[in-house]
Design a protein around this ligand. Structure first.
Ligand code: SF4
Ligand code: SF4
Length: 340
């Protein structure tokens, strides 16, 4: 489908329309924080935000999620599956967060297919939003993400001042535009050039970080003393992993309140917690902060590449901003590069 354009004063109408036949998930501001929430209309949706505090990962991999209920007094031990999600539109996700969903696909839609994740993923149309500006912590370009590209999205919008350029990337995107055809017009042909100009500040302002040679160095740094020194200040709070759009570890727990009826749920876990790897019998393969800190950075910059052919980070900058002791991945990348 050719590039489309939508006037800014039509975006609320678009959102209102989408909310009528889908669950609409869009960025809103609450208490000064930008975050993604299900909304009933376009009222209150903000699209001039830099990046949301919490990534939209929660709508594909919720922090806590019921898997099924059971009743052990039932002679057949029947389990009741949870209902899937309705058709949804995730509107306004930034390119780094869209890339993080592609990385989650590598984990949850691979050798082991995760039906909980796939139900949400398959029923969601993603409308991404290019970045016209960058936060002081952004460095997506280091990981090959562009502020003006969003592979994995169905439509990519770019703010061109009085209108948005709408690049329709998939059949799902075409279906969305067709369902609201009266709100879009054909792009006049000037959109792509205007887009390059619009996203230039986001490219220029972000942290310029190179990953050249980092993976290769980490291949030989498992026993390097950097992990002793860097882990000293970590307080093991797990903030970095909970805000990260690519972290995906979880635990599975049963809850039955001492009755025959109960449910099983899974909840996000963190490699930064001491109990994360503790095994039955008490064996603990990562007994100190050193091993846990090493695991986090090795997983994103070395093991994920070995297993899935890509880095497990998208340069969103959340861990740079939120770690209370400033132990962040950009710093680690730069320090690894200085190692002889
Ligand atoms: S490691 Fe940090 S910068 Fe990379 S994706 Fe996770 S939160 Fe964002
Ligand atoms: S690196 Fe920072 S955010 Fe992560 S667990 Fe350690 S102190 Fe918490």
């Amino acid at each position: 489908m050719a590039n489309k354009s939508i006037k800014k004063d039509q975006v609320k109408n678009l959102l209102d329309k989408l909310a009528q036949s889908n669950q609409l998930i869009a960025p809103i501001q609450s208490e000064g924080i930008t975050l993604f929430k299900p909304v009933k209309s376009g009222e209150g949706v903000v699209l001039d935000y830099q990046n949301a505090l919490v990534p939209p990962k929660d709508f594909f991999f919720p922090q806590s999620e019921k898997m099924f209920t059971y009743d052990i007094s039932d002679p057949s031990w029947a389990i009741t599956p949870v209902e899937g999600v309705p058709n949804r539109v995730l509107f306004g996700a930034r390119p780094c967060d869209v890339k993080s969903i592609l990385l989650l696909d590598k984990v949850f839609d691979a050798e082991f297919r995760d039906d909980y994740y796939l139900d949400k993923r398959n029923k969601t149309t993603i409308v991404a939003l290019s970045c016209n500006d960058a936060r002081h912590t952004c460095f997506c370009s280091a990981f090959g993400v562009s502020p003006g590209e969003a592979e994995g999205a169905d439509i990519l919008l770019t703010d061109l001042g009085d209108r948005y350029l709408a690049e329709v990337l998939t059949e799902k995107g075409e279906a969305l535009v067709s369902s609201c055809a009266n709100l879009f017009t054909d792009d006049d042909g000037k959109g792509p050039a205007a887009k390059e100009k619009a996203i230039a500040p986001a490219k220029d302002k972000q942290l310029q970080i190179s990953l050249e040679g980092v993976k290769e160095k980490l291949d030989n740094m498992f026993d390097h003393p950097i992990w002793d020194t860097e882990s000293l200040r970590c307080i093991g709070c797990g903030t970095c992993t909970f805000f990260c759009p690519t972290c995906h570890c979880f635990d599975i727990v049963d809850f039955n309140n001492q009755s025959s009826v109960g449910y099983r749920y899974r909840c996000a876990d963190s490699c930064q917690f001491a109990n994360f790897t503790r095994a039955a019998g008490g064996h603990q393969p990562r007994p100190s902060k050193k091993e846990r800190t090493r695991q986090r950075f090795m997983h994103k910059l070395r093991y994920f590449v070995d297993r899935y052919g890509d880095f497990g980070c998208v340069g969103c900058g959340r861990c740079l901003e939120k770690c209370p002791v400033n132990l962040d991945i950009a710093q680690i990348i730069n320090k690894v590069k200085e190692v002889d």
